[in-house]
Design a protein around this ligand. Structure first.
Ligand SMILES: Cc1ncc(COP(=O)(O)O)c(C=O)c1O
Length: 284
């Protein structure tokens, strides 16, 4: 039996329903989070739940639960579904009310939905690396909000999938922003470069953890936008995200990155990231 949460209550999936006038369904008017689960424990759960609250505040939505209450609910759902390795997805929309661009009144409560999914660690891809395409970043100017509106991301990811690639690396003109569903970093002469956490990217929790690891390990890094030329001259490229951890990118638009194999710095970051998971969630 699979269980989900709808409006704070755990239900059997088959009985869970959301109204057709839910604003998430009609406008994508809501925010979401995806948290990794290893050995039945959430990895960086607090960081994700704090970002969820921040995303909600940025769209002027008040969540009916504190991050602590949400953490408890997610733990309950993970236990109920006996999830070991996977993800927990949650979203809040601005509730159900007759379709109108103007926000509903304060009497309309947000709709809260959550479910879990079994997702193995993508060990083979992490070992061999993945391929990416380039695509113009056509998204709006508040990519820092983890909003349900993902059409720009979907169009780019679909293009990548049709080219047999894992990711689309997005750029605004000459400047690389991030991936369609991950953050992108490059390594040149031992220095890690990644776009700063501003309105042009989602400040990934994985990105933040990787940067923290770099600071602790004295691996040089620069948070600045890099160009397409810098990307194509990079020694190493990696994508980072909740489900993919630190993923080497070995080819961009049909051109090998470095010698076409995952590089030494990326390998080191993968190992350090795995150690951090094990420190928090137990042996993988
Ligand atoms: C556009 C985008 N950027 C970056 C990320 C990585 O964020 P995180 O590490 O928090 O999963 C994601 C993850 O879903 C994403 O969709």
């Amino acid at each position: 039996m699979e269980y989900v949460i709808v409006d704070g209550r755990i239900l059997e999936r088959a009985t869970a329903k959301v109204d057709i006038e839910d604003r998430g369904y009609q406008f994508g008017d809501g925010v979401y989070e995806v948290i990794r689960v290893y050995n039945g424990k959430m990895f960086t759960g607090k960081e994700h739940l704090n970002r969820l609250v921040e995303s909600a505040e940025k769209i002027r939505m008040q969540l009916p639960y504190s991050p602590e209450q949400l953490e408890e609910k997610m733990e309950e759902l993970i236990a109920k579904n006996e999830l070991e390795t996977g993800t927990v997805y949650m979203q809040f929309t601005r509730g159900t009310s007759p379709r109108n661009h103007v926000f509903p009144g304060a009497d309309i409560a947000p709709t809260f939905v959550a479910y879990t999914r079994k997702v193995p660690r993508p060990e083979e891809s992490m070992e061999k690396g993945v391929r990416a395409i380039l695509d113009e970043d056509i998204r709006w100017l508040r990519c820092d909000i983890k909003s349900l509106n993902l059409l720009g991301n979907l169009l780019s990811k679909q293009k990548a999938a049709e080219a047999g690639c894992f990711e689309a690396i997005l750029h605004r003109g000459e400047k690389v922003t991030e991936g369609s569903h991950s953050n992108i970093s490059i390594i040149k002469d031992g220095v890690i470069l990644t776009h700063p956490a501003d309105n042009f990217i989602l400040n990934g929790i994985t990105r933040q953890k990787v940067l923290e690891i770099c600071r602790n390990e004295q691996i040089p890094l620069e948070e600045r936008a890099f160009t397409l030329d810098e990307l194509s001259a990079a020694d190493e490229v990696f994508s980072s995200g909740t489900t993919v951890e630190v993923m080497p990118v070995v080819e961009v638009d049909g051109k090998p990155v470095g010698n076409g194999e995952p590089g030494a710095v990326t390998r080191k970051l993968q190992a350090l990231f795995k150690a951090e998971i094990e420190r928090r969630c137990g042996k993988l």
